[in-house]
Design a protein around this ligand. Sequence first.
Ligand code: AMP
Length: 172
Amino acid sequence: MTELSRLILDRIRDVPDYPQPGVMFKDITPLLADPVAFGAVTRALAGLYEVDKIVGIEARGFILAAPVACQAGAGFVPVRKKGKLPAETLEASYDLEYGSAIIEVHRDAFIPGERVLIVDDVLATGGTARAAVELVREAGAEVVGLAVLMELSFLKGRERLTDVELHSLVVV
Ligand code: AMP
């Protein structure tokens, strides 16, 4: 195991039955509170590609993507839950365990052809990431990669993202 994997694993807290029974929530707040670990994660993600924009997925993806964008010399673009962005948007819907959800991005968030890295904290079933990839492509940008801190491999999200380069700093 790499030093970075160890830093991450030691600082992600398992919270059972949150937000509902049967879910083991991966709480990244201990990692964010540690400047050494947070800095190492930020640098690792910023070093993956040369890109024009870093996309963060609401809400924990924002916390990671914004410092990565600064470090990488790229712009930051939020992908938000429906109804939160003020200007004209594009939207993508995806299935949740019960029901569905919609995410949005500003229609003018990218210059056509811009290179984009999408960042989130946890990859579970892959539904959110899949919708974010479609949204960024629809907005005219090129998705060069998708990066997460932690991949929950037993949920097989990777299988829904076979057309994207997926980087998981830790796989459990
Ligand atoms: P999914 O669409 O199933 O891949 O879920 C990914 C999104 O839900 C990410 O934005 C995560 O922040 C969040 N998420 C899903 N499962 C968990 C979990 N066990 N712990 C923490 N966050 C999770």
